[in-house]
Unconditional design. Structure first.
Length: 283
């Protein structure tokens, strides 16, 4: 046994080194655009033009001042939160209620109704974005926070319902039966017994939905035609159109756009990973 271990040990060590080398290369390739963006954002205008691929060759905050004031990224940042937070909350609340309904409440046609909801995962947004435009215009919701929040929420409800149903399905039936014996209503069972047991799934869904809505470009571009409440994604697009050569402020604007989601994901990475792994095992 000892001889066999000594024979396999160099090979195992070599394989581990190769694996780590591949991971390091992939990490560098993935992180290089982000590092280059950070470096360009903090360069002076002259240095950014003269040496665009040099890393951290100078330091200045003038690009951020330009993006924040001239590019109006201060307004776009607030608008992004106004579009992402309410739509995320709506998805989490409705998906949790729908997931509980499809998992725990028997009613005629439950399976068919659930598969009809999940069918929304298979329908591309491009197939109904034009009819939806005319519907929003007919209801007077075009170019409004309410209309865009409803659209953003509707695009995440199918996945959210499917995701939360997996958590509720795995909970033991003895919990709700004991609560019913104690005289709890269905609403009390849902709020006081079931929801506290799926907080990891709801948290993961909230982070995933927030990131998706924050980075959404097409929905605000289509349904905010007059420019009201433009978020960072469309604001950066317009800023690029006017500054195709001035790469310093563009990099600063891109950094302002991605910093909130990076901070959010770093802070909640553990909860998100646990929630998705738990949902995958339970589903």
């Amino acid at each position: 046994m000892n001889t066999a271990s000594r024979v396999r040990s160099p090979r195992t060590t070599w394989l581990n080194v190769n694996k780590h080398a591949v991971l390091v290369v992939i990490s560098l390739v993935t992180l290089f655009p982000v590092i280059l963006t950070i470096s360009t954002a903090f360069k002076t205008a002259q240095d950014a033009q003269r040496n665009p691929f040099g890393l951290f060759t100078s330091f200045s905050v003038e690009n951020f001042v330009t993006a924040w004031t001239v590019g109006r990224f201060n307004e776009y940042l607030v608008n992004s939160f106004l579009l992402s937070v309410p739509s995320t909350a709506l998805v989490v609340v409705l998906s949790t209620m729908a997931g509980y309904t499809f998992a725990r409440l028997p009613f005629p046609g439950r399976t068919v109704a659930f598969y009809l909801v999940v069918l929304g995962l298979l329908v591309p947004f491009f197939t109904f974005m034009i009819p939806l435009y005319f519907q929003l215009r007919g209801f007077g919701l075009l170019d409004s926070l309410l209309g865009v929040n409803l659209v953003l929420a509707s695009t995440g409800l199918a996945f959210g319902t499917f995701f939360m149903r997996a958590f509720f399905t795995d909970l033991p039936t003895e919990l709700e039966e004991a609560a019913r014996i104690d005289g709890a209503s269905e609403w009390q069972i849902f709020i006081r017994v079931m929801v506290p047991l799926v907080t990891s799934g709801a948290g993961a869904l909230a982070v995933f939905t927030f990131l998706q809505n924050w980075n959404n470009f097409l929905v605000p571009l289509l349904y905010l035609p007059n420019g009201s409440f433009r978020p960072l994604t469309t604001g950066l697009y317009l800023f690029v159109g006017g500054r195709s050569v001035d790469i310093g402020p563009l990099a600063a604007g891109a950094l302002i756009t991605i910093i909130p989601v990076i901070v959010l994901f770093v802070l909640l990475q553990k909860q998100v990973t646990q929630g998705f792994l738990s949902g995958a095992i339970k589903g």
